[in-house]
Design a protein around this ligand. Structure first.
Ligand SMILES: NC(=O)c1ccc[n+]([C@@H]2O[C@H](COP(=O)([O-])OP(=O)(O)OC[C@H]3O[C@@H](n4cnc5c(N)ncnc54)[C@H](O)[C@@H]3O)[C@@H](O)[C@H]2O)c1
Length: 322
C-alpha cells in the first residue's frame, strides 16, 4: 500500500513512518519542515510542500497513486492557541480541508487523523471513553473537534472512511535513539524536566499544586510514542479490512501526577529535580485518563513500551545524546 504521511517529519509522524516501513508499506512524507526534522526520517520518499498551498498537495498526488493518507501536520501549542486563535483556526482547519479535498478529488478515501484528548475538555467521568461529551476548552482542542466534525460530514457526503486517533500525552523516544521529542517552545512535562536537568533550561515550573488529586499536582496519561506509532499501522489495517469510520482513544488508562513523574525522573537519572511552583495554567484539567478498551477491541492494540520507566529512560537517552 502507498501511504502519504502529512507531517511525517515531526515527533509522532516520524516514529510512525518508521513503523510503517518496518511493516512493508510504501511511504511518502509530505512536510514543510516548519517543526519537523529530516534527520528523523529513515530512507523514504520526501515531498517538501505546505498543506496551506493546495497546489503543492496536488503535485504530490500527481506523482503517486496513494491508497491512504495519515495527517499529523498541525499547530500544537495550547497556550499559543489562546493567545492567537486565528492562527490556529486558519492553519489547522484549512490545512486539513485542503488535504481532504485533494485526496477525494484524486479518489483516495482512507484517512487517519491525529486528534487529541483536548476534544473532551474537562472530563465528567474517568477514564474517558470515546462516547464522553466533546466540549473542548481551548482553541487548539476546538480545531481538533471541528476537523472531526468535518470528517463525519465528508463520510456522509463523499464516503470518506477515517479513523480519528485521540492521543493522550505522547512521550518517550525511539528506543534505537534515531528520533525523539523536539518542540520549540517545549511545553510538555517530561522533556522540560529533562532539558532542565541537562542545563538547557534555566528553571522548571510545576504548574498547580492545589488540584483535587492525591498530591495536588495534575495527573496525566503518558503513552509511549512507539506504541502510538504502532496503533497507526493497526488503524490502517483495520480501515483496509473494514472500511468504517471510528474515533479511538490512544492512552494507557493509568495516570501519573507531575510529582510522581518528578520522582521517577530522579530515580532514573540519579539527579535531583529542583522546581518552582506556579499557579495552574488556564484550562488544565486535574486528571486526564483514557479508556483504552476500544483501541484494544477494534485494533488489537497492546502496549509494549508505555510503562513509565521505559518512557522516561528512552526520553533521557534521547535528550542526553542531543
Ligand atoms: N505530542 C503530543 O503529545 C500530541 C498529543 C495529542 C495530539 N497530538 C497531535 O499529533 C500531531 C503530531 O504532533 P507532534 O508532537 O508530532 O508535532 P510536530 O510539530 O513534531 O509535528 C508536526 C509536523 O507537521 C509539519 N507541518 C506543520 N504544518 C505543516 C503544513 N502546513 N504543511 C506541511 N507540514 C506541516 C511539521 O513540520 C512537523 O513535521 C499533531 O496533529 C498534534 O496535534 C500530539
Amino acid at each position: 500500500m502507498k501511504i502519504l504521511i502529512a507531517g511525517g517529519a515531526g515527533y509522532i509522524g516520524s516514529h510512525t513512518v518508521q513503523e510503517l516501513i518496518l511493516d512493508g508499506y510504501d511511504v511518502t512524507v509530505f512536510d514543510n519542515f516548519s517543526t519537523g526534522k529530516r534527520d528523523f526520517l529513515p530512507s523514504v520518499r520526501i515531498f517538501e510542500g505546505d498543506l496551506m498551498d493546495k497546489k503543492s498537495i496536488e503535485e504530490a498526488f500527481d506523482k503517486t497513486d496513494f491508497d491512504a493518507v495519515l495527517h499529523f501536520a498541525s499547530l500544537i501549542e495550547v497556550g499559543e492557541s489562546y493567545a492567537n486563535p486565528s492562527k490556529y483556526y486558519t492553519h489547522n482547519l484549512f490545512s486539513s480541508l485542503n488535504l481532504l479535498d485533494v485526496m477525494l478529488k484524486k479518489g483516495v478515501n482512507k484517512f487517519i487523523f491525529s486528534s487529541s484528548a483536548a476534544v473532551y475538555g474537562n472530563p465528567e467521568t474517568s477514564p474517558i471513553s470515546e462516547d464522553h461529551p466533546l466540549r473542548p476548552i481551548n482553541p487548539y482542542g476546538q480545531t481538533k473537534y471541528f476537523v472531526e466534525k468535518i470528517l463525519e460530514d465528508y463520510d456522509r457526503a463523499h464516503d470518506l472512511k477515517f479513523i480519528s486517533l485521540r492521543y493522550f500525552n505522547a512521550s518517550g523516544a525511539d528506543p534505537e535513539g534515531q528520533r525523539g521529542e523536539v518542540h520549540n517552545p517545549e511545553t510538555h512535562l517530561i522533556p522540560n524536566i529533562l532539558l532542565f536537568l541537562l542545563d538547557k533550561r534555566d528553571s522548571f515550573f510545576l504548574y498547580g499544586t492545589d488540584f483535587p488529586t492525591p498530591d495536588g499536582s495534575a495527573v496525566r496519561d503518558y503513552i509511549h510514542v512507539k506504541d502510538l506509532a504502532k496503533a497507526h499501522v493497526l488503524a490502517l489495517k483495520r480501515l483496509s479490512l473494514k472500511p468504517e469510520s471510528e474515533f479511538i482513544n490512544l492512552g494507557t488508562n493509568k495516570g501519573y501526577s507531575v510529582l510522581e513523574i518528578i520522582d521517577k525522573v530522579e530515580q532514573i537519572t540519579g539527579k535531583p529535580v529542583r522546581y518552582t511552583t506556579s499557579p495552574r495554567r488556564l484550562g488544565d484539567p486535574p486528571v486526564l485518563l483514557a479508556s483504552k478498551d476500544k483501541a484494544e477491541r477494534l485494533l488489537g492494540w497492546t502496549l509494549e513500551y508505555s510503562d513509565i520507566e521505559t518512557i522516561i529512560q528512552t526520553a533521557w537517552n534521547w535528550h542526553s545524546k542531543l
